[in-house]
Structures are given as structure tokens and as C-alpha cells.
Design a protein around this ligand. Sequence first.
Ligand code: SDX
Length: 428
Amino acid sequence: MPDVNNEDVAELKIGEKTVKLPIIRGSEAEVGIDIRTLRKETGCITYDPGFVNTGCCKSDITFIDGEEGILRYRGYDINDLADKCQFIDVAYLLVHGKLPNKKKHQAFSSHLNNHSMIHEDMRHFFDNYPDHAHPMATLSAMAVSLSSFYPELESSRKENVDFKVTRLLSKMRTAAAFSYNKSIGHPIVQPRHDLTYCENFLNMMFWTPVNDYKPDPVCAKALNKLLILHADHEQNCSASVVKMVGSSGANLYASISAGICALWGPLHGGANQHVIEMLERIIKKDKGDVKKVIERAKDKNNSFRLMGVGHRVYKSYDPRAKVAKQMCKDVLDQMGLKDPLVDLAQELEEAVMADDYFQSRSLYPNIDFYTGLTYRAMGIPTDMFTVMFAIGRIPGWIAQWLEMHEDPHGRIGRPRQIYTGPTQREIG
Ligand code: SDX
């Protein structure tokens, strides 16, 4: 952490003027300079494209130490949560700040079951949606449409939280499975009361009237872990979008719908799909020549980036990627499968870890590098990977959105700029 001793004030000298700015500290010794009075006192704003150095809030939800590769939800380490918890309990933890006891777990689970169906009128959306529509487009459309079907939950107030959370968590999972059924021309498969959250997800995707599909416990366990790994990640791009939209007073469903669109981008959650497409291209076009690919990724005249590598916050191996890498191997072993893309991914990782270009920039595999390969081993199609990421991230988005609405310093998000365009001129 920064060496700022025990200073409580930072001094900023501009010309003859020196302003004192309060220093704030988090529970994990993170240090921030409070610049809320900067413009009033100096007439200056800060300049920080991409908000690399800018904190937008204080938060009790998720802590990341990017240098040490630590991730904790409400103080619990991600490895413990992935090993010992059910995803729905982690969702409860993120929103409520504590893990549910048995009674709360049962109530939450029964809410999820009771809200797992989609309004019949909403189901007909799928009848007219193009088969080739990307499921992230469908998911975003379904999310915002929930506000038309369930307007009573639009309030940002703390009550109804479990209804909001379980309605979104449950119905978005059903909508995701429906969009998959639709994309392959299969009949919609309804949720079942006798299956767990993850078993239901798999069953709705893969059961058909002509096969006696039963969710494989190996896949259900892997999906549970994957959803936990994705559940929150503090102020990432899509969480910031959810909060920005919510800060204007827009309802939770509209905010989540915007977050789904932000996550879709290849630099963010869309990377898990692009990792697979990159690996397939390396085999088809580069004949598996990893050296050539590494050189291309380093070439500043080439816009190619290694998908699934690098991170704004982790300057060490993403702890989630470690879990996903092991899980990918376990699922393949337990299912007796082999995947040449996994071998290629490992070869690519070794090349990244051995190359000074990547090491000097602290570029390591991130969560997206192995998660797509695990979904692939489970038989989930590539264009559904980012949907899986989104379903996992819903509780984190909701927790961040609720916390923002409870923040006494919360205001509508509205960054400033430095104008560099034409000065005043007349129409000639
Ligand atoms: C997620 O924020 C979160 O928490 C996100 C997330 C979450 O859980 O919500 O963790 C999920 O989005 C993970 C990231 C998934 N995206 C990718 O895998 C796409 C590939 N990665 C890069 O595009 C990039 O690393 C980002 C977008 C992830 C981070 O971009 P930054 O922080 O803006 O870093 P940068 O682009 O300024 O890169 C710094 C340097 C540059 O070189 P120099 O200018 O110093 O010479 O590193 C280079 C970049 O060219 N670099 C890469 C690279 N990533 C960065 N070079 C080659 N391949 C890469 N992947």
C-alpha cells in the first residue's frame, strides 16, 4: 500500500495557492485523496481517462488487492466461497452482507423457485426474435422488459430486496436458457421445482422430449463454482454502468439491462467468448504457432490483443483464473474428455509468463482465459459464455446498485471534461 505514513491531509500547490485535501483510508489500508472541494477551491478538475486513478465511492462489498491477487466478497476469500458455498448463498451474502442461515437459505431458495417462470406474454418475445440474435442482446431486452411486467419492484428502497434479487436471478437464468433453446430451434424448457439453481439452468438448456437428459453433477458443481467466481468485482466497467444508470433514478431492471450491454464488450465479459475464437483461429490460421501469436500481440502496429490476458486491477495472476484453470482440467478429466484448445491455452499461458513484454507490464491470465474452456467442456455453446458471466454477475450488480442508493454522498454520476474544441466563432 502507498507509503503516506499517517497523514490525514494532502497538500496540492498550484501557483501561489496551496490547498489541503483530506486523506481517507479504507479498512484494508487503501488510501484516497478526497477532491470533492478541488474545483471550488482551485477552479481545476482532475484528468483521468478510464478512471485508472479515480475512486467513485466507498464500498463494503468486494475487496481486491491487485498486486497480491486477493479477492474477497464481504471479507470471505474467493477460494473459500468457491469451495464451500452454493451460488445462491453467495448472492445472498453480496446483497445482505452476511451468509444466510438455514431458515434464510430456505426462504431465498423458495423465492427463487417461485419466481423462476417467465410471464407467458414475455415468453412470446422469443417467438419473434431472430434465431441468430446474440443471446446477450436477448438477455438485455428481457431484463429491461421485466420492469414492464413487474413495475411494483421499481423502487430503490431496501424493502422488497429479496423479491428484486430472486426475481432477477431466477428469471434472467430462465430467459438465458430460453434464448439458447430458441437459437437452436428447440422447444422452450420450463424450470422445475425439484432441481437446484444450477441443475435447473443445465436442464432448461439441454433437456428435450427425445432425450432422457439429467444434469451431470460434475457440470452442476462446476457451474456453481463458475457463477461464484463471477458474482462481483467491485467497480468494474459493467458495475459502474449499472450504478451510473441507477444514479439518474432509473429502475433496477433498466440499470441491469445497461450493465449486460457493457459486459458484452470483448474488452470486458465478452472476452471469454473471444478467447475461444482466438484459440480456434490460432489452430486454423497460425497452425498452432504460439511464438507468432505472441509477437503479433506485442506489435504496436497490430491491434491484436491476447484475449483473456491483462487486467486493469490485477497486476498478478487473477485468483479466479487459478480456480477456473483447475476446474477446466477437473471437468475434462471427470468427463473423460480431451480438448486441444486447453493444451494450446496452457502453451500460450507459459509463453506469456516467460515473455518480458507481458511480465514488464504485469499481464497475466484473467478470469476469461479458462472459464470459456470450462463452459465448452460442459457443452455450453460459445455465444452463451458471456450470458453465463452475466447471470453470475447479477447479485454483484444488484448489491452495488443498492449500496449506491444508500450512500449519503450518492449523487447523479456526471464526470467533467477539458474542452479542446473550437473557441467561439460566427456562422459565416
Ligand atoms: C474482465 O475490471 C474488472 O474487474 C473486469 C473483470 C470483472 O470481473 O468484471 O475482471 C472482467 O473484463 C476481465 C478482462 C477481460 N478482457 C480481456 O481479456 C481483453 C484483453 N485484455 C486487454 O484488452 C486489457 O488488458 C484490459 C482491457 C483488460 C485492461 O486494459 P487497461 O487496463 O486499459 O490496460 P492497457 O490497455 O492500457 O494496457 C497496458 C499495456 C499496453 O501496452 P503499453 O502501452 O504499455 O506498451 O499492456 C498492453 C497494452 O498494449 N496490453 C496488452 C494486453 N493487455 C494490455 N498487450 C497484449 N495483449 C493484451 N491482452
